[in-house]
Design a protein around this ligand. Structure first.
Ligand code: PMP
Length: 430
């Protein structure tokens, strides 16, 4: 983006006008949740002011308008992903989407109970089967699989991380095998920003007929995400990290798979016929959207998708890449600062997690906050990966479409000041 375009983008985010601790806010926490452009806030608000009604089956005008807006939001997401609209399920967030898939596979494993049709049986897991994840995973793409394994008797295995933060592809080739039924992995690590080499891993799963579940939370805001091109069966992301509202997530599922899988939650809006004894379910996506859905949130997310696609995700990627390089080069020059996964040669998106010698991440984060810089501290819901790196916590700087070189430079200066602030004299920049 040109500097004029960047100014135009920034002007659309009301929160960026804020001062924090006497400084202009430098929001470097987009990987946790993105800020919202005014048009997203207004799209949600306009729905409540003008068209609010429950969707589907309403006879009145507002219900018709609400349904049209909600289904139009689904079409917008489908276009973003280059998939069919019936392959897009709205959930509360990525966490729910991943739980939905794991739970549905668990129901399929039972081979009985509501919705576990014959079509679902081939997807069931049993003792001896294996679920494969990676050591990079966010807890949201780990714990549901731990629980699925516990419920079905399947075994959970993981592809280990090498010292540089890359996945061990040689190990992957032996771990993914005839017993593998599911490969669940992240597209981009929320700790290192490294892009997973799907081109090496997905074919291994395909060769043994395993389902591939992709956690696209950290890629959707930064890269073009086309699940069919990536050859994955499921891809999930959260709306709030893509400049959309909280309370909305997206589950893409290959049509034949979604239609075979049993529902996750049961109730209204998902059925064809109900008797006192049993119920029959609508096809996807309705079978996975029981109850009154997240209407305003879906409409807000569709506006956010229009916002990023109008700028162009490919152009956003180029600008963010340059800023990422500036950030990494700057961090490398600061003594006693370690960037987790810095040596990994894989492409990466705009984030870096650092450890400052002798200073706890929370204290480091305080120094940045004093300078008006918002950064995340802790384990970022990836305890196993932090353990692998031999640390318990890190400080994460993450970029968004509105990030500037000046903000990165301010963050670098603040990071360089951390050790001196705590009295370590030999910590000045080289
Ligand atoms: N996976 C990854 C890689 C993430 O970064 C996050 C959010 N930190 C999640 C899953 C979970 O997203 P949510 O909390 O919106 O469900």
């Amino acid at each position: 983006l040109t500097s004029a375009e960047l100014e135009g983008v920034r002007a659309q985010f009301p929160i960026l006008a804020r001062q924090v601790n006497g400084h202009p806010l430098a929001y470097l926490d987009s990987a946790a949740t993105a800020q919202k452009p005014l048009r997203v806030i207004e799209a949600e608000s306009a729905f409540y002011r003008e068209s609010n009604a429950a969707v589907h089956r309403g006879a009145h005008t507002l219900a018709g308008e609400a349904t049209e807006l909600y289904e139009d939001a689904r079409r917008t997401i489908a276009a973003l992903l280059a998939v069919d609209e019936n392959e897009v399920v709205f959930t509360s967030h990525a966490t729910e989407a991943l739980n939905l898939v794991a739970y549905a596979l668990g129901t399929a494993s039972l081979g009985r109970g509501a919705g576990a049709s014959a079509a679902a049986a081939p997807y069931g897991l049993h003792a001896g089967d294996e679920i494969v994840v990676t050591e990079l995973e966010h807890h949201a793409n780990l714990i549901p699989w731990q629980e699925l394994a516990a419920r079905t008797g399947a075994t959970l295995r993981f592809i280990p991380v090498l010292d540089d933060g890359a996945l061990d592809l040689d190990a992957a080739a032996t771990i993914i095998g005839e017993r593998t039924r599911v490969l669940a992995l992240t597209h981009v690590s929320n700790v290192t920003g490294g892009v997973t080499p799907l081109e090496h891993l997905v074919p291994l799963a395909r060769a043994v007929g395993a389902l591939v579940v992709l956690d696209a939370c950290q890629s959707a805001p930064h890269l073009t995400l086309h699940p069919r091109e990536l050859d994955v069966d499921i891809a999930v992301f959260s709306g709030h990290k893509l400049y959309g509202p909280t309370g909305i997530g997206v589950l893409y599922g290959r049509a034949a798979l979604l239609d075979a899988l049993p529902p996750f939650l049961y109730g209204g809006s998902m059925i064809t016929t109900v008797t006192m004894e049993r119920a029959e379910y609508l096809p996807a996506p309705q079978r996975f959207e029981p109850g009154t859905p997240r209407i305003a949130q879906a409409i807000g997310l569709a506006e956010a998708v229009r916002f990023v696609t109008e700028i162009g995700l490919d152009r956003i990627a180029v600008t963010e890449h340059a800023l990422t390089e500036r950030m990494l080069a700057g961090l490398a020059r600061i003594p006693h600062v370690r960037v987790l996964g810095a040596e990994n040669p894989a492409p990466r998106v705009g984030l870096a997690s650092i450890v400052v010698d002798d200073v706890h991440a929370h204290d480091a984060g305080q120094v940045l906050d004093e300078a008006g810089i918002a950064a995340r501290v802790g384990h970022h819901c990836a305890q196993p990966l932090h353990r692998r790196f031999g640390v318990t916590a890190s400080l994460r700087l993450s970029l968004g479409v509105h990030s500037t070189a000046d903000e990165v430079d301010r963050a670098l200066e603040a990071v360089a000041s951390i050790r001196p602030f705590f009295g370590f004299t030999e910590g000045a920049p080289a």
